[in-house]
Design a protein around this ligand. Structure first.
Ligand code: GLU
Length: 452
């Protein structure tokens, strides 16, 4: 089939999705990224076309929306909105994080749940895709307020989840503290101790390596990409964004493998530390996060040799590798052009959809190694899958066992992406590879399970 024909089919498909999901630009963006590769693939594979898999896969199995009432420390009656998007369970129970952030709305959670379907499939573990959360902002809230909110949220959510049904975890704004409160309330209401959430504390069923897993996985994947062009992380300079859990894991592993991480960022601007972020500076990232102040400038206050660039993004620095690790659409076309002009060789998405569609185009056209989040950051949810396995057999694996499995999984994802993404000139289009490889397993399961 001619490219112009598939382009027209793709356009029509996106228009249909837009019509059904008005006012959800992030969801349309995530679907568009996938559709540009899947539409031609499905045209060439009529079994998927006949079963209308594409139209079925963009429609969530179920979306739960609920009111979350809670009382703040001053005794005020407060209300937030809670969500769980159960996107697709063709290959396993719904699995994906919960995000607590004021920007949360249905469109954002649908984009995240949709991405999760492909990401979870790539891990090779039996996990479907889901995502949830609330527009609740944990910033500036007391522990007591966060606990009461989590309890109220779970009082409703507990009817819709379970260890073989839907297993939430953390995401932005939901870390160990929130998971603890959510788990406690689930256990109390359902009167059962099961692996219904992942990212749990070690004392009550959590897995070693889970906190580091997303960042470690990104770096294992990056090493594989670099190996393909006969180089490694050793001696490379790296720019990352954010300073949360994912960024922390990225810095830890990148530094261990001999790279120099020179930036982190927050909503206030970015830090450039020419000496590199290592040793006690990495530990300080944890303190910054625990302080509840979402300010990158804290780093400069502690380490005055570093520069703080107010209101700017780290992508203007000259580096070998860029790892956006904060949030969606934090790297646009102009940023991508600057990185390419400065000679970047590799970009790995540690956050979910941090690059805009136009930015991705710039990287692919420049033949920069570019790993989409659904491949590069899958180590987090993969290790959640390993936590589920440990809970199911009532055993805990050692650090080394979990880390080795994580590494194997990331190498496996790289192999799958290369298989479907290699172009005639040997350049690997990881976006194409990840989308097709992630799709095939889910689509085959959907074919086998009938029109349900
Ligand atoms: N929120 C993470 C992600 O985007 C982890 C999800 C999980 O562990 O279930 O993949």
């Amino acid at each position: 089939m001619k490219t112009s024909d598939t382009n027209a089919i793709c356009k029509q498909f996106i228009e249909m999705v837009e019509q059904r999901s008005p006012g959800q630009p992030e969801f349309i963006q995530a679907v568009s990224e996938v559709a540009q590769f899947l539409v031609p693939f499905v045209e060439e594979n009529p079994q998927y076309k006949k079963a209308n898999i594409l139209e079925r896969i963009v429609e969530a199995d179920r979306i739960i929306i609920f009111r979350v009432p809670w009382i703040d420390d001053q005794g005020n009656y407060r209300v937030n909105r809670g969500y769980r998007v159960q996107m697709n369970n063709a290959i396993g129970p719904y699995k994906g994080g919960l995000r607590f952030h004021p920007s949360v709305n249905l469109g954002i959670l649908k984009f995240l749940a949709f991405e999760q379907v492909f990401k979870n499939s790539l891990t090779t573990l039996p996990m479907g895709g889901g995502k949830g959360g609330s527009n609740f902002d944990p910033q500036g809230k007391s522990d007591g307020e966060v606990m009461r909110f989590c309890q109220s949220f779970m009082t409703e959510l507990c009817r819709h989840i379970g260890p073989d049904l839907d297993v939430p975890a953390g995401d932005i704004g939901v870390g160990a503290r929130e998971i603890g409160y959510l788990f406690g309330q689930y256990k109390r209401i359902r009167n059962e101790f099961t692996g219904v959430l992942t990212g749990k504390g070690l004392a009550y069923g959590g897995s070693l390596i889970r906190p580091e897993a997303t960042g470690y996985g990104v770096i294992y994947f990056t090493e594989e990409m670099l190996k393909g062009i006969n180089t490694s992380l050793k001696g490379k300079t790296v720019a990352i964004s954010g300073f949360g859990n994912v960024s922390w894991g990225v810095v830890l592993k990148a530094t261990e493998l001999g790279a120099k991480v020179v930036t982190i960022s927050g909503p206030d601007g970015y830090i450039y530390d020419k000496e590199g972020i290592s040793g006690e500076k990495i530990d300080y990232l944890l303190e910054m996060r625990a302080s509840g102040n979402n300010r990158a400038e804290m780093y400069r206050e502690k380490f005055p040799n570093a520069e703080f660039h107010k209101g700017k993004r780290p992508w203007e620095q000259k580096v070998d590798i860029a790892i956006p690790s904060a949030t969606q659409n934090e790297l646009d076309e102009e940023d991508a052009r600057k990185l390419v002009a400065n000679g970047v060789i590799c970009v790995a998405e540690a956050a979910n959809m941090p690059s805009t569609l136009d930015a991705i185009k710039v990287f692919l056209n420049a033949k920069v190694l570019f790993a989409p989040g659904k491949a590069a950051n899958a180590g987090g949810v993969a290790t959640s899958g390993l936590e589920m396995s440990q809970n199911a057999i009532h055993l805990n694996w050692s650090r080394e066992q979990v880390d080795n499995r994580l590494k194997e999984i990331m190498i496996g994802i790289h192999t799958q992406c290369s298989r479907y993404g290699k172009e005639t000139d040997e350049y690997i289009n990881y976006v194409k590879g990840a989308n097709i490889a992630g799709f095939v397993k889910v689509a085959d399961a959907m074919l086998a399970e009938g029109h349900v």
